[in-house]
Write a protein that binds this ligand. Sequence first.
Ligand code: HAM
Length: 451
Amino acid sequence: MQLNIKAIKGTQDVLPSESYKNQFVEKTALEIAETFGFKEIRTPVFEQTELFQRSVGDTTDVVQKEMYTFTDKGDRSITLRPEGTAGAVRAFLEHGLFNDALPQKVCYVTSCYRYEKPQAGRLREFHQFGVECFGTASPAADAEIISLANEIFGFLGIQNLELQINSIGCPKCRAEYHKALKAYFESYKGELCETCLDRLDRNPMRILDCKSPVCSKIAEEAPVVLDFLCDECKEHFEMVKKYLENMKIDYKINPQIVRGLDYYTKTVFEFVSTEIGAQGTVCGGGRYDGLVEEMGGAHTPSLGFAMGLERLLLLIEAQGIQLPEGRGCEVYIASIGEKASLAASEIVTDLRSGGISAQFDVVGRSVKAQMKYAGKIGAQYSMVLGDSEIDNNKAMLKNMETGDMAEVELDTFAEDFMNIMVQNAAKGLGDYIGGENFDLGALLGTLPQEE
Ligand code: HAM
């Protein structure tokens, strides 16, 4: 009987026919981050619950409503990470990375878990590419990480993303703002949801990102934090804008952005799309100057961002962007009989050592079925080996797309094939034999001659 077990709601499989997109996006992001000096960090998928309560904040939706928290067999409260910053900060402190040259720049590709209502672009298990930069208070760093995100989107060919920025000030100006917010929301006390009533006393700013329709409607008219910034925060924000203008990065000021996590100070930003439905925020981030200290470290002004990879892929799809597919099978060697199969296994091993993607029959199928399989997997070249090919050390190599054939010597085939691939790459030609602008005779003439 077939088990009727399905993937859990809000999670998704990435199938082999699609995974090249994830790989390409992740690799692109990591490589571009590397050019900015970011190095990859990997932290555990689960952490002590307290880490997130203290960093993300215990009045946030994420902590109050969305965490996957459980008690393990050792009676510890454990939480699957809802985001990547907290773990990076913990690792920064635990391993004394603050002793290394500052700023410390780390990046990650990571799975995250939030018990949210699943919809397009909103999952319970999702993936982020993120960066964290520890140890700089300069507005140049704010612009630099924004420009990193911008570079990644640009390289992927994504268009029409709007960068929205805001400043939510420091604890000093925030105190005044909280007073104003509290006064505003007090007059709606009868309408706020229960969680927000609790937030009214503890952290009124969190009411601004409550997802309940009533609270979010009331929040629309609430005072905005930009009007409460102290001189230092104002100056910082002005400089961030100057740097962005200097870097020719377009932005829009959106005073409504407060971000859903408690650790932010000063600059916050989001890259928003209107092409992927209600969950249009593809990337979010900002400064968190107080977090490292709150977690027990020295004062270490820091900042970062994370982009949602599933949302990014939705956008890539919506904009019809073709990402380069992974390498398919370059050479398929079909065989008839045991002797030929053994020879095929040797040739594919040599080809693979030279970086060529090669396959041979490991099922024991008929030649016809083997060639059908070669066609299905999109093999670029194929050859059929039988006893006579082995005895004569010669076989016909076929370009599967054009049908062109060329005779090759088996004992030097792997080396010859690799040489020609290298020469073709140098000449900008893609094919071994039979390509469009391709002189087969000349190429075969370039095969190393026997001494
Ligand atoms: P966040 O805004 O909570 O920030 O998440 C960052 C991005 O992750 C969002 O913009 C979105 O693209 C994606 N995302 C969030 N929730 C989901 C979900 N349920 N399903 C699919 N995608 C989602 C953070 O996580 C911060 N740690 C970012 C940061 C790093 N700030 C400073 N450093």
